[in-house]
Design a protein around this ligand. Structure first.
Ligand SMILES: [Zn+2]
Ligand SMILES: [Zn+2]
Ligand SMILES: [Zn+2]
Ligand SMILES: [Zn+2]
Length: 163
């Protein structure tokens, strides 16, 4: 991730060299220009690729995948998805996840604790003491644990989503 603090430069301190704008490609004759992402910009040309906010107003910008983004859009698109409720590792942005009961799991981590089958929406499962158990293993696990208080497994409400 490239997180650039915008620095404005006064052209008169730049040795008088005319810079090309990283946005429109035109020369920057304005007295004030912006330096971000190793390029120079007209103040009005450095805009968020998503919401078109002029980034000069915000003071920070983020670059990723060829886009220049304001903080809000950057976080929305690329921010961390938080950590996996199973393995505790961070979930990279843009990875598909399972969201279940407010918890987020790596797809590979949403597996039955007994047989390691990866569960997908449509499978039935239960969560016992925080462990995910598939329908087949549910009777065994509950027998081994609490004597089976409730024998109902739950249909997965979770969705495979992009963060
Ligand atoms: Zn420009
Ligand atoms: Zn934006
Ligand atoms: Zn995980
Ligand atoms: Zn299982």
């Amino acid at each position: 991730m490239v997180n650039g603090n915008l620095s404005g430069s006064d052209v008169s301190f730049n040795g008088g060299a005319v810079k090309a704008c990283g946005g429109c490609g035109g020369r920057i004759h304005d007295r004030f220009l912006l330096h971000a992402m190793d390029r120079y910009w007209h103040t009005e040309c450095l805009k968020c690729s998503c919401c078109q906010t002029t980034l000069e107003q915000l003071g920070t910008c983020f670059a990723r995948s060829g886009m220049i983004l304001c903080k809000n859009d950057y976080m929305r698109l690329f921010g961390s998805g938080g950590s996996c409720a199973s393995c505790g590792q961070n979930i990279p942005a843009h990875e598909m996840v399972m969201r279940v009961h407010g918890n987020t799991y790596h797809l590979k981590c949403f597996t039955c604790v007994a047989c390691n089958t990866q569960l997908t929406p449509g499978n039935r499962y239960a969560i016992i003491n925080g462990n995910i158990v598939c329908e087949q293993d549910y009777p065994k696990v509950t027998k081994a644990q609490v004597g089976g208080s409730s024998r109902n497994s739950t249909k997965i409400h979770g969705m495979m989503t992009k963060i």
